[in-house]
Design a protein around this ligand. Structure first.
Ligand SMILES: [Ca+2]
Length: 338
């Protein structure tokens, strides 16, 4: 007689239980939480194969080092400590050499986009030391780690990951699974995030590809286009020193210029050079090495803060750009007297 361990009264429940178990299993076992939903969205929007997208994401790794890097509390450095990081003799000299070596390209792109070329050099100087330090993390790992495993900013990084997966192959410096960048997934000499590649990167050497890692024309024109699209005013001022009198009205800085310069003057801040009294301005105070520094900041300063919202970043770019231009002029003068 066959042994049947199941009491008769339970037997009828088995098919139902089995059905419930099967129904609760995912169709595709996600390597990362939320992977299949993202794959579905990308496949729907681009027609890319879900299997190929899953294969890419399956090999991406959650990297603890990336989570550690983004969670590290940002040290609140005063300007007196921030400035020397970027305004070094080496960074200025290399920027001067870069400008002189690529002058024709820089000035052509500067004219085309209406952006002063020394600011393009300063951006890549501050971001990556002129392409020398573009990042050692796999971009796919960075964006998977932050998009799927970093709740505070998961929404932003998931969006960047989605854009990365949606970018056409000819807008990336190489095969998607080989791309390297910062821990935040920024790529190339200008450290563009995927949304910025999609919206602002351009193919300036005409080879049909956008390569922000290996093509200088593409790299520089993409930064110039980013600035132009964010409202850079050709020939406009960036920032200028302000001298407060003893009764100057305390003001809170905003990136968006708030008042005509003459209003700031009326409140006790004197310009140290001739400037258009109607120029829309904001007033920035920094903790300099010699005490508080006061600056008028203008529209083009705001544009630099769209690249990185810190006013100290924008001031570092501004001062590096000016130091590079001064160095170029000095070197030209030496050349002309030879
Ligand atoms: Ca190109």
């Amino acid at each position: 007689m066959p042994v049947n361990p199941t009491p008769r009264r339970f037997r009828s429940l088995f098919p139902l239980a089995l059905l419930l178990i099967v129904a609760s299993l995912p169709v595709w076992a996600d390597t990362h939480p939320g992977q299949s939903a993202l794959v579905q969205e990308v496949a729907r929007d681009t027609g890319k194969s879900p299997a190929a997208l899953n294969a890419l994401l399956d090999q991406a790794k959650r990297q603890q080092g990336i989570l550690d890097a983004i969670s590290r509390p940002a040290e609140a450095k005063p300007w007196s400590a921030y400035r020397p990081i970027f305004l070094t003799d080496k960074r200025i000299a290399d920027g001067v050499a870069f400008y002189r070596e690529h002058r024709e390209l820089l000035e052509r792109i500067g004219r085309q986009y209406g952006v002063a070329p020394q600011y393009l050099v300063a951006i890549i100087g501050v971001e990556t030391f002129y392409g020398r330090v573009t990042g050692k993390y796999k971009v796919l790992d960075a964006l998977v780690t932050l998009g799927f495993y970093y709740p505070p900013r998961a929404k932003y990084f998931r969006q960047q990951l989605k854009t990365l997966l949606e970018l056409p192959d000819n807008q990336l410096a190489g095969p998607l699974d080989t791309l390297a960048g910062s821990y935040a997934g920024a790529q190339g000499w200008g450290q563009f995030m995927p949304d910025s590649i999609r919206d602002y990167a351009v193919d300036a050497d005409g080879d049909g590809r956008i390569d922000l890692q290996n093509s200088l024309p593409d790299i520089l024109a993409s930064v110039a286009n980013y600035f132009a699209k964010h409202g850079w005013a050709s020939g406009g001022p960036v920032a200028a020193r302000a001298q407060p009198d003893g009764a100057a009205k305390p003001l809170t800085w905003q990136a968006q210029p708030q008042w005509p310069l003459e209003q700031l003057e009326a409140w006790g801040y004197a310009p140290l050079q001739h400037l258009n009294p109607g120029e829309p301005s904001s007033l920035l105070t920094l903790d300099g090495a010699q005490g508080p520094e006061h600056w008028f900041t203008f529209n083009n300063f705001r544009v630099i803060t769209t690249y990185n919202r810190s006013p100290m970043y924008a001031m570092a770019v501004n001062q590096l750009a000016q130091a590079i231009m001064d160095g170029v002029h000095d070197a030209d003068r030496v050349d002309s007297t030879r």
